[in-house]
Design a protein around this ligand. Structure first.
Ligand SMILES: NC(=O)c1ccc[n+]([C@@H]2O[C@H](COP(=O)([O-])OP(=O)(O)OC[C@H]3O[C@@H](n4cnc5c(N)ncnc54)[C@H](OP(=O)(O)O)[C@@H]3O)[C@@H](O)[C@H]2O)c1
Length: 282
């Protein structure tokens, strides 16, 4: 393949002299699993289905996102350490997002099965809550590695073909605490805030090539991650939520679906709250 275009990052973006050579996009192949929908008019309408990669899709929010995409005919690869999921129709891949080689292999497997990744949802995340005086560096680094550096690894692994094909959707799952802060969650909040700066930088780099990069900031969502909270803590959070209920994984999945749809095509660099109003003002 002959290099046809050169994208230079030397124009004041702070990456010294790095030049990325882009190649002509391969012809887009329609997957045999693409579905043809017959509209009420009787006219068949071709529906574009996508190759979707979700990290942390084995349960909770990631599983709801995976369900949303598979139920609309998209090809979904679901990454998690356990490699097992509850969502039918996904390609479940064992992958530890803290290991660069594991991420590369998982993406390779997804691409071999589904074609180049067109939609990335970096969702895998952990908490390790402690007050700062009790938090050691290992805890801080592990949470940063799992929640933030993993997004770097995933984006690096999938973004080349997105840029060449001039179409892509990248969504990073952050948290309301990224901007509000949260006592006992300095490691977690730092990782989630980092995702915002990361996403907005990429939105600027990738926008000219048709790749949008957005952040979703969920509030209190009922999953295993929040299952251990005491009743007291839960009711004090509830008091701060104007919509007076906790969120469901499907509330978050709906926002992801919107951002990846044609209706969300003009949104990039945004931080979309899905928090019942919990984070207003931050
Ligand atoms: N629940 C909430 O209230 C809430 C609020 C704001 C933001 N969020 C964010 O939303 C995302 C999903 O949260 P959730 O509530 O659905 O959490 P969850 O139920 O604990 O699920 C976490 C997912 O991440 C995977 N995972 C964790 N570490 C991993 C690793 N090193 N490599 C690969 N996969 C890994 C887990 O699978 P394995 O254990 O099999 O690896 C699981 O699939 C997280 O980023 C979280 O920070 C959640």
């Amino acid at each position: 393949m002959n290099p046809t275009e050169v994208l230079s990052f030397t124009d004041g973006l702070g990456i010294d002299g790095e030049v990325v050579t882009l190649h002509e996009a391969p012809p887009h192949e329609t997957s045999p699993r693409d579905r043809v929908r017959v509209e009420a008019t009787g006219q068949p309408a071709q529906r574009t289905t996508r190759s979707v990669l979700i990290s942390g899709g084995s349960r909770g929010i990631g599983a709801a996102i995976a369900t949303t995409f598979t139920s609309t005919g998209h090809r979904v690869a679901n990454l998690s350490r356990s490699g097992g999921g509850t969502v039918e129709g996904c390609l479940d891949v064992a992958c530890d997002v803290t290991e660069a080689e594991s991420v590369k292999l998982a993406v390779k497997q997804a691409v071999a099965e589904h074609g180049p990744v067109e939609v990335l949802v970096a969702n895998a995340g952990i908490t390790d809550d402690k007050l700062l005086l009790r938090m050691d560096e290992a805890s801080f680094s592990h949470v940063l590695d799992t929640n933030l550096t993993s997004a770097f690894r995933l984006v690096k692994a999938v973004s080349g073909p997105m840029l060449r094909n001039r179409w892509g959707r990248i969504i990073l799952i952050s948290s309301v605490v990224a901007t509000s802060g949260s006592a006992g969650q300095a490691n977690y909040a730092a990782s989630k805030a980092g995702l915002i700066g990361f996403a907005r930088s990429l939105a600027r780099e990738f926008g000219p090539r048709g790749v949008t990069v957005n952040v979703i900031a969920p509030g209190f969502i009922d999953t295993e991650m929040t299952a251990d909270l005491t009743d007291d803590r839960r009711s004090s959070v509830l008091e701060s939520i104007p919509l007076n209920r906790t969120g469901t994984p499907h509330d978050v999945a709906a926002a992801v679906e919107f951002l990846t749809s044609d209706a969300g095509a003009y949104i990039t660099g945004a931080v979309i709250p899905v928090d019942g109003g919990l984070g207003m003002g931050h």
